[in-house]
Design a protein. Structure first.
Length: 226
């Protein structure tokens, strides 16, 4: 038991250093985002063999050719989305569930869509282990969003898209914000779309490189049959 407590304390120390050096140290200022990044144990979302690397600022493989995003990009995308405690959030490309766990800490409700069923199941398991009850994960082609629960105050796309999917934009609530990596497969720009009434303002923030958004509005690969 003491060994478990020591290991938990060691990982918590590494998580604290991650927030201070890699996230706050690189310009993320939102205190709620910093607190959520300090609370969510990233090591519970990676493969057991990669726990030692969980708090390094880099993506890590999670299977199926997918990755868990680097901590700074999760923090920056979340900060740009400006999640509020009463907001309803959608994440497209949930993977193992780390970004969704952060959103669930910051929003009233969060929905996640993951194309690969095995990763969606893993995300549900990890969220359950953490006692997160305000997040729901399903597996289908999420490149067109999740209309059943729209509109959303926050949408984060955790995969690079060749263009901004129009159906996703249409699911933003008035005043809602969407953060999505847009660009060619080799490199994207983290892009923010903000809705004000029937107008949409688009700004570009940070260069990035995410895994590909797949599906009808992604990079053209046909999603698997359910």
């Amino acid at each position: 038991m003491s060994e478990t407590r020591e290991e938990d304390a060691r990982l918590a120390s590494k998580r604290s250093a991650m927030v201070e050096q890699q996230i706050a140290g690189r310009g993320v200022k939102d205190r709620r985002v910093l607190a959520a990044m300090a609370e969510v144990p990233r090591h519970l979302f990676v493969e057991p063999s990669l726990v030692e690397f969980a708090y390094e600022d880099r993506p890590l493989p999670i299977g199926g050719g997918q990755t868990i995003s680097q901590p700074f990009m999760v923090a920056r995308a979340t900060e740009l989305a400006e999640p509020g405690p009463d907001d309803r959030a959608l994440e497209v490309g949930t993977g193992c569930g780390y970004q969704l766990a952060v959103l669930a800490r910051l929003c009233r409700e969060a929905w996640g869509v993951e194309l690969l069923p095995e990763l969606a199941a893993r995300a549900r398991e990890s969220l359950g282990r953490l006692g997160i009850t305000n997040a729901v994960v399903e597996s289908f082609d999420g490149s067109g969003g999740w209309p059943a629960h729209a509109p959303y105050d926050v949408i984060i796309v955790s995969a690079g898209a060749p263009r901004i999917p129009p159906l996703l934009v249409s699911q933003l609530a008035d005043g809602g914000r969407m953060v999505i990596p847009v660009g060619p497969p080799e490199q994207q720009d983290l892009t923010v779309v903000r809705r004000e009434g029937e107008s949409y303002e688009t700004t570009v923030d940070t260069r990035c490189r995410y895994v590909h958004l797949l599906g009808q509005y992604g990079f053209g690969r046909t999603p698997p049959r359910a």
